[in-house]
Design a protein around this ligand. Sequence first.
Ligand code: SAM
Length: 231
Amino acid sequence: MEELLARGLRALGLSDGGAGPLARYGALLLEKNKVMNLTAITDPADVAALHFLDSAALLTLEDFLGKSVVDVGTGAGFPGLPLRILEPSVHLTLLDALGKRVSFLQEVCAALELSDVDCVHARAEEFAAGHRERFDLAVSRAVAALPVLCELSLPLVRVGGAFLAMKSVESDEELRSARHAVELLGAEVSDVRDYAIPGTEVTHRLITLKKVRPTPVKYPRAFAKIKKAPL
Ligand code: SAM
């Protein structure tokens, strides 16, 4: 896996110095995945491309240098942890509602000596109460449809920061349906960019929502309300 990662990182124009730690993380992921549900992707080459290089591609699309970043619904650590491994100046918070996944992330951080990464077991809409507008950037992949995801993520982002939503290239309609939520929550769509994952035929999309005003205090609502009546 290490060679594939090194090649992919070079293709993205990134330093291949992170390939070793990413490969160790990949080995831990595949080992733990035998006893708990962390990922449906089990072929090491696919893990390299669809988890690590997909996450790494964000570094080519946004400046993460020295930024505080929260990964909302990080699961087994994507995209946040590869970003932190490849850009050590990132101050990372990994957030997930499932305790077992957060325990796995703590194990990975200990094994890779990433002592400054915060692994938090919480629902995003509850975490916002104590961490409102605290982060330069929020990132998220494969958690919810954009109108819901905006309500979970945008309250965490400071004005002047951004929420980066990783989506499929077929997300035009999803983006259209989120326009009202984006506006209501104090953001605007500042960029929509498709990117290729090296070594594959796969193209994904990064939607950048810039926070331009504070989010009204009534958001986020309780999850039952968010789900029942998305903005
Ligand atoms: N982002 C990872 C990835 O792309 O591989 C994980 C995606 S997984 C399909 C969705 C994750 O979001 C799950 O681990 C789930 O527990 C978490 N999640 C869903 N709703 C959440 C919420 N409201 N707050 C925090 N985590 C949430």
